[in-house]
Design a protein around this ligand. Structure first.
Ligand code: PBG
Length: 335
């Protein structure tokens, strides 16, 4: 009988040693909480497919952000639900639209205690639910007009900037969107305002619950002509990221997170020094919630493991609907 001289378990017997040698840790200041905001007063409209999440009126949003800031969470990302939708998504380009109002209210109360990011896109604001202006292609099919949409994206971004947003996060996957937004911002003196680009965003079925939350499901067709094909070569994600960086993106995002950790890792290895965010999306949230409600999974353990995996893959920043829970869990004494 021979005994092993190399023993990997030596670093695992003592909890304090495990903690000392672990390289991956979570921290609330690197989390971003997505929030949905609508008009009205005193409204917390539950989102049925996302237990614990609400469409909030602005007064409620301000309360919520107070709690989020006091938990040490790094930031929020706001999604607007307008009262009226139309073909171009006018509410998103109006200085008194839902997002500019919400940003002003939160910044007024919290100042620089919390980063206020805004999702820059049109799908919540258009009556057809697509992420831009619709045109008819020569084939007769209707699809988003890339370049016409760029002009409106620049307008929307400027409105968010003027309201006081700290970071803009364009999610529409239009070619050239970062350049268009950057140019519009710089021309108006917002050269200091960072852009976090949804650079590699896949046409994913994991966005299902979000589309209920934001009322943004496309009324015809799907988003596959602008969001990425999950089966595309990973090299395409590299090209998307490279392009956005060349156009002036300051941080890049990969979305969804868990089914795309290979992409997170590849982008991490390829682009040293670029902050990478990963979006732990609505479907990833709802799956675990549903299983946990049935007692099939331990929610806290599964969430901490998942977010640790996203971090280990190379993400610096995580957008997650569990941000508040995670901040509370991390504050509990270690076992
Ligand atoms: C689009 C947008 C979507 C999400 C964030 N921004 C939905 C989509 O592309 O259909 C999804 C987020 C989630 O599922 O949690 N503006």
């Amino acid at each position: 009988m021979s005994f092993p001289t190399v023993r990997l378990r030596r670093l695992r017997y003592e909890p304090a040693i495990r903690r000392m040698v672990q390289e991956t840790s979570l921290s609330p200041e690197r989390l971003i909480m997505p929030l949905f905001v609508r008009s009205g007063k005193n409204i917390r409209q539950p989102i049925s497919a996302m237990p614990g999440n609400f469409q909030l009126s602005i007064d409620q949003l301000v309360q919520e952000t107070n709690e989020i800031a006091s938990l040490g969470i790094g930031g929020i990302i706001l999604f607007g639900i307008p009262d009226k939708k139309d073909a171009v998504g006018s509410d998103s380009m109006n200085e008194n639209g839902i997002i500019p109002q919400a940003v002003r209210a939160v910044k007024q109360t919290l100042g620089n205690k919390l980063l206020v990011m805004t999702d820059v896109c049109f799908c919540e604001y258009t009556d057809h639910g697509h992420c831009g202006i619709i045109q008819q292609l020569p084939s007769g099919r209707h699809d988003v007009d890339n370049d016409a949409t760029l002009e409106n994206l620049a307008r929307q971004a400027l409105i968010h900037a003027q309201a006081g947003a700290d970071v803009l996060a364009p999610s529409g996957m239009m070619d050239g969107m970062i350049q268009a937004i950057r140019a519009g911002l710089d021309k108006n003196g917002f050269y200091h305002l960072p852009i976090m680009s949804y650079a590699a965003k896949y046409a994913s079925s994991f966005y299902g619950p979000f589309r209920e939350a934001a009322g943004s499901a496309p009324q015809f067709g799907d988003r596959r002509s602008y969001q990425m094909d999950p089966a595309a070569s990973a090299g395409q994600a590299i090209r998307e990221v490279q392009l956005d960086l060349d156009e002036g993106a300051d941080m890049i995002m990969i979305k969804p997170a868990l089914a795309y950790l290979d992409i997170v890792r590849m982008v991490r290895d390829r682009f040293a020094g670029v902050p990478i965010a990963a979006y732990n999306v609505s479907g990833e949230f709802s799956m675990v919630k549903a299983a946990a409600e049935r007692g099939w999974l331990d929610e806290k353990a599964v969430v901490l493991e998942s977010l640790t995996a996203i971090t280990r893959a190379g993400a610096n920043i995580i957008l997650t609907y569990w941000a508040k829970d995670v901040a509370k869990w991390l504050a509990e004494p270690a076992m």
